[in-house]
Design a protein around this ligand. Structure first.
Ligand SMILES: NC(=O)c1ccc[n+]([C@@H]2O[C@H](COP(=O)([O-])OP(=O)(O)OC[C@H]3O[C@@H](n4cnc5c(N)ncnc54)[C@H](O)[C@@H]3O)[C@@H](O)[C@H]2O)c1
Ligand SMILES: O=C(O)C(=O)C[C@@H](O)[C@H](O)[C@H](O)COP(=O)(O)O
Ligand SMILES: [Zn+2]
Length: 357
């Protein structure tokens, strides 16, 4: 097992990574400060891992909230239902909330914990590759709105992140690939050495080699923690973690939440951002091709679905990175060297959208 730390002025937390840590009573009970716990999970994850978490938390007798599966659950109505379940179970301010599941459960449970009685402690126990490398770390919580992805939420840091890599054994292949999109993102935005490692180890990751997965998860969490420690509230460098997301979130919204997985939309979005970088003369063609090849080997989509350019623009107009009415994009100077800019001529953007990628 390895442990990283994410330190912030408001208090830091450990990120424990290891196979079988879901069975570790010591690790799971350490972040519990009060005398009660509640677990938020979903109908897919509960039959697989709820008993193990409940056993590890004994003698606490957790209140359990089991949500339906899927991205469409990331909606304000779900927060109302989760808060209702907490109230019915008489959860008080000394109740620690555990999020057991993928990014959807983590974003919902984290936001519910942030607003329940104005804030109760919570712990992330991520069970998808995507949530283990990205969503469980850094404190972005929230839900979607019909007009935009993650439009309702807040920054609210967990007390601990406990990553049991053994849970990935039951993850469907399509979900594993979706997680690899965010892993590739770390290489593309700021870690060329890691990108080269991914080029050499993609097959090992796809066949779920435990050593390769552990290395990819640890490197991703370390990179993300470093960025979050430098800029918790996304005033600057944290925006780079949004590489591929300006296009990706628009794809998710245009298709209807859940049709394209988040990681799939981010993969196509990263390639759109790379192509835009090439069109604007920032990125050499060979670099974009290298990213395309890696995304293809991760079994991820290489191009967006058919979306009218006007619709794309409408959806991107609400992107949270926009300032003074101008959409900002994360572009590449090279693989491993990303930057944020609002200096994207409309003709270049329209040419990209009209080209279908
Ligand atoms: N907060 C953040 O910083 C952040 C970062 C990245 C993504 N996100 C959000 O995360 C969400 C995507 O997360 P995700 O990719 O984990 O999707 P998800 O939570 O929908 O999980 C994917 C699927 O796998 C199932 N599942 C979970 N663990 C499993 C396991 N061990 N075995 C078998 N099945 C399992 C889930 O029930 C679901 O069907 C999106 O809403 C995205 O916006 C948030
Ligand atoms: O943690 C971050 O910061 C990220 O941008 C990570 C992204 O992978 C993630 O999808 C995040 O939820 C996007 O945030 P948003 O602010 O663009 O909604
Ligand atoms: Zn993401």
């Amino acid at each position: 097992m390895s442990t990283l730390r994410l330190d912030l002025p408001g208090g830091g937390y450990p990120i424990h990574i290891g196979s079988g840590v879901l069975g570790s009573a010591d690790l799971l009970r350490a972040p519990v400060s009060g005398d009660r716990v509640a677990i938020v999970t979903n109908e897919v994850v509960a039959p697989l891992y709820l008993a193990r978490l409940t056993e590890a938390l004994a003698p606490f007798d957790p209140a359990v909230v089991i949500l339906p599966d899927g991205e469409t659950q990331k909606a304000l109505g779900t927060i109302d239902r989760v808060v209702g379940a907490f109230l019915e179970a008489r959860c008080d301010r000394a109740t620690t909330i555990f999020a057991l599941g993928g990014g959807v459960v983590g974003d919902i449970a984290g936001f519910a914990a942030a607003v329940y009685q104005r804030g109760v402690p919570f712990v992330q126990v991520p069970t998808t590759l995507l949530s283990q490398v990205d969503s469980s770390v850094g404190g972005k919580t929230g839900v979607n709105h019909a007009l935009g992805k993650n439009m309702i939420g807040c920054f609210y840091q967990p007390k601990a992140v406990i990553i049991d890599t053994a849970t990935l054994a039951t993850l469907p292949d399509r979900e594993l690939s979706a997680g690899l999109a965010e892993v590739i993102k770390y290489g593309a935005i700021g870690n060329r050495t890691f990108l080269e490692w991914l080029e050499q180890n993609m097959e090992a990751l796809l066949r779920r080699d435990p050593g390769a997965l552990a290395y990819a998860i640890e490197t991703s969490c370390r990179d993300k923690a470093r960025v979050v420690m430098a800029d918790e509230r996304e005033a600057g460098v944290r925006a780079l973690l949004n590489f591929g997301h300006t296009f990706g979130h628009a794809i998710e919204g245009a298709m209807g939440y859940g049709r394209w997985l988040h990681g799939e939309a981010v993969a196509a979005g990263m390639l759109m951002a790379a192509r835009l970088s090439e069109r604007l003369g920032w990125l050499a063609a060979g670099e974009g091709e290298r990213l395309r090849a890696l995304i293809q080997r991760a079994r991820l989509p290489l191009a967006p679905p058919a979306i009218a350019p006007q619709r794309f623009l409408e959806l991107m107009a609400v992107d949270k990175k926009a300032t003074r009415g101008r959409t900002r994009f994360v572009l590449l100077r090279a693989l491993g060297d990303a930057f944020l800019t609002d200096d994207v001529p409309e003709e270049a953007l329209m040419a990209l959208l009209n080209a279908g990628a």
